[in-house]
Design a protein around this ligand. Structure first.
Ligand code: XMP
Length: 517
């Protein structure tokens, strides 16, 4: 499949570049900053290369540098921000910090015609974020656009098909940003729009059949969209008899989840469906543990331990392990893709030592690992899953374990389960659920004073979260209609006796994350 390769220099918006390109149907992949595709065969699908932005200056010690061979492949190259500065610096131009930093919206004026700006109007508003600027273009480069401050905003060497832009077309505030990326990928690189979910199903199914042969595959179903979609694709690509679906009730699930999950899996045509109640084991292992990362590891390891015991009972120890790992999980765990990506959270489905062991044996399959969350939904629809399954808000692997801050107890799980159910039911009945990307309740480890009748009492504080997002990488607070928020709050305090106070979380991601732990 025609591919645009993105070299990751650690810029925060690197993933967005890939998203935007896929959105117009061209496949794009993020690789480490020093990646060089093997000349033989490896170049076949690669139509162009993008050098991403970076928090570094080209003058910093340890700034990420691509292998210079990347410029000798004869492929079109687009440098974005730091990528342009690298091109300029390494090809004989001059980059320097100016007194004037350009940040935010910035009108650009064209100086010459460029295929990169085909169908983009002069005077469009770009989005800048740079300290260093281009003082002198590299040999062979000419300026094609300039900012309101007279600073070079775009340069190119058309003979070599090297292009560079100082602004960020991937950011939504940049007008015509998608058009500019499309002009590069399709217009300049000639990449065909071959990326679709139909194509993905075919490729993944073929890969799965090749890798798995007639062996067994085990999938741990969490009840969330991702693992359900993995289940659907396994059942489509392989014989249902090979596919073992295991649902482990950790005691950290939402209300009614186990029953719903089992019903939807049966509908998928699953033949080997194993439902296991392991809540006692999980809660015992978590007792006394308040550290979020340790809780994640305990939950992740217990998942695998319970699974191993159950697998031994079933006699399928040598089975492949299928996981619903997404592209964002790999990026956020600092794995697989750009080396500079910062580890934000250890998602148990990527980091567990036991998963690593399976991985070392080549027994892990991750059919969604090239997809973003919203692409998984499109895939699920394509596979014929019902809309209530696909429309479900994401639910983290560690479940309520990361929504009860600090130490977990069964009592707290029950309180949160109850409050969360009221919240979600209310969102659904008020027609708000589908407007929100992810909503949930969080039980805080504090009690706050209140009055019931004549007595003062101390009850738990519950935080409500509701965010809108495209893919979970960034998120904005859902602008809750005040009336609904107030009514839902009193419904919760009226029906869940242990909750005395409700607060609404108004933090976006970044700087906060979606989950509280
Ligand atoms: P954060 O909190 O990192 O969440 O902004 C981004 C998305 O990832 C989900 N999430 C997790 N999923 N295991 C998972 O499988 C985890 O440990 C985990 N932590 C967060 C979160 O619900 C949101 O959708």
């Amino acid at each position: 499949m025609d591919t645009i390769l993105i070299l990751d220099f650690g810029g925060q918006t690197c993933q967005l570049i890939s998203r935007r390109i896929r959105d117009f149907g061209v496949y794009s992949e993020i690789v480490a900053h020093d990646y060089v595709p093997a000349a033989n065969g490896g170049l076949k699908d690669i139509k162009g290369i993008i050098l991403s932005g970076s928090p570094y200056s080209v003058y910093d010690d340890g700034s990420p540098l691509p292998n210079p061979a990347i410029l000798d492949l004869g492929l079109p190259v687009l440098g974005i921000c730091y990528g342009l500065q690298y091109l300029t610096h390494s090809l004989g131009g001059k980059v320097a910090p100016l007194d004037k930093r350009e940040y935010g919206r910035m009108k650009l004026r064209f100086e010459t015609k460029s295929p990169l700006f085909s169908d983009v109007p002069d005077g469009f508003v770009s989005w800048m974020s740079h300290g260093d600027s281009i003082i002198k273009p590299a040999r062979g480069f000419t300026r094609t656009a300039v900012s309101e401050h007279g600073i070079a905003a775009a340069l190119e060497d058309p003979a070599k098909k090297f292009y560079g832009i100082q602004f960020h077309p991937e950011v939504t505030h940049c007008e015509y940003g998608v058009k500019i990326l499309e002009n590069f990928a399709v217009g300049i690189c000639g990449a065909r729009k071959q990326w679709s979910m139909k194509a993905y199903i075919e490729t993944v199914s073929r890969d799965l059949r090749e890798k798995v042969g007639n062996r067994n595959v085990l999938l741990l179903i969490s009840g969330g969209v991702d693992s359900t979609v993995v289940g659907a694709i396994l059942l489509k690509a392989l014989a249902p008899g090979q596919v073992h679906l295991m649902y482990i009730d950790t005691g950290l699930m939402r209300r009614g989840e186990s029953a719903e999950v089992s019903a939807s899996l049966k509908k998928l045509g699953a033949e080997n469906l194993h439902l296991i109640d392991a809540s006692d084991k999980f809660l015992a292992a978590l007792a006394g543990e308040a550290d979020p990362e340790r809780k994640r590891h305990i939950i992740g390891d217990m998942f695998i331990r319970v699974q191993e015991e159950e697998v031994a009972k079933l006699g399928i120890q040598d089975a492949f392990l299928a996981q619903g790992t997404l592209y964002t999980d790999l990026i956020e765990s600092g794995k697989g893709v750009g080396k500079k990506a910062h580890t934000i959270k250890s998602h148990h489905n990527v980091r567990s030592p036991l998963v690593e062991e399976k991985r070392a044996k080549g027994l892990v399959i991750e059919p969604l690992d090239r997809l973003y969350k919203d692409e998984v939904r499109v895939l699920g629809r394509e596979l014929g899953l019902p809309s209530e399954v696909i429309g479900r808000h994401p639910f983290p692997g560690p479940g309520l374990g990361v929504r009860i801050l600090g130490e977990l107890t069964r009592e707290k799980c029950d309180i949160l389960r109850e409050a969360d159910a009221v919240y979600i039911e209310e969102l659904k009945s008020r027609g708000l659920y589908d407007k929100i990307w992810q909503a949930f309740a969080v039980l805080l480890p504090v009690r706050s004073v209140g009055v019931t009748g004549d007595t003062r009492d101390y009850r738990y504080v519950l935080a409500l979260r509701a965010v809108v997002s495209h893919d979970g990488m960034t998120a904005d607070v859902f602008e809750f209609p005040a009336k609904d928020l107030l009514e839902i709050s009193s419904k919760i305090t009226n029906s869940v006796q242990q909750i005395g106070r409700v607060v609404y979380d108004v933090s976006s991601k970044p700087p906060a994350t979606i989950e509280w732990e």
